[in-house]
Design a protein. Structure first.
Length: 171
């Protein structure tokens, strides 16, 4: 802004008073200084432009990273909620309470009913640990270790069926 004001002032001054009469001998000594000043101004403008681009790229990278982190967190949360609901259904199956008007209740449990799937989002989260806090990393690692262990334990009983019968007394 200041350079524009200086240029406008010089144009008006030269328009009113005419060209400055200076001998070539005086001006030729200042030619390298003027060239250096122009080069310095051009370099400053180039630096400002490059830094603006760097800052824009940095902001875009941060925005993209936060978007990626949020997406992964939401997918992981949904996957853990699914596993939690499945586990809750399995607990209900194993802790079935018969109604009071029944005389005999029989439930057959097959291993497929007890399977717990390891969500793919857990593997994806493990490959992108740089997006998580230390507490979250510990929880992801615990789930990553325990869910396959549960699955392996259930596979030991793959060929078995259990039948649970309750005979209720009549009062």
């Amino acid at each position: 802004m200041a350079a524009l004001l200086l240029a406008a002032t010089l144009v008006v001054w030269l328009g009113i008073s005419g060209p400055i009469r200076v001998s070539y001998e005086v001006v030729k000594d200042f030619q390298p200084l003027m060239a250096a000043m122009i080069a310095l101004a051009a370099g400053t403008l180039a630096y400002w432009g490059a830094m603006a681009k760097v800052n824009l790229d940095r902001a875009e990278f941060d925005r993209r990273r936060k978007s990626e982190q949020l997406g992964l967190l939401l997918r992981l949360r949904a996957a853990v909620d699914r596993v939690s609901e499945e586990a809750g259904a399995k607990v209900k199956l194993l802790t079935f309470q018969p109604s009071y008007d029944a005389t005999k209740i029989s439930i057959t449990i097959i291993p497929e009913q007890l399977k717990i799937a390891v969500p793919d989002e857990l593997t994806e989260a493990w490959t992108r640990l740089d997006l998580f806090s230390e507490v979250s990393i510990t929880q992801i690692e615990t789930l990553r270790r325990l869910l396959p262990m549960l699955q392996n334990e259930m596979e030991k009983f793959a060929a078995e069926k259990w039948t649970v019968e309750w005979v209720l007394p009549r009062f």
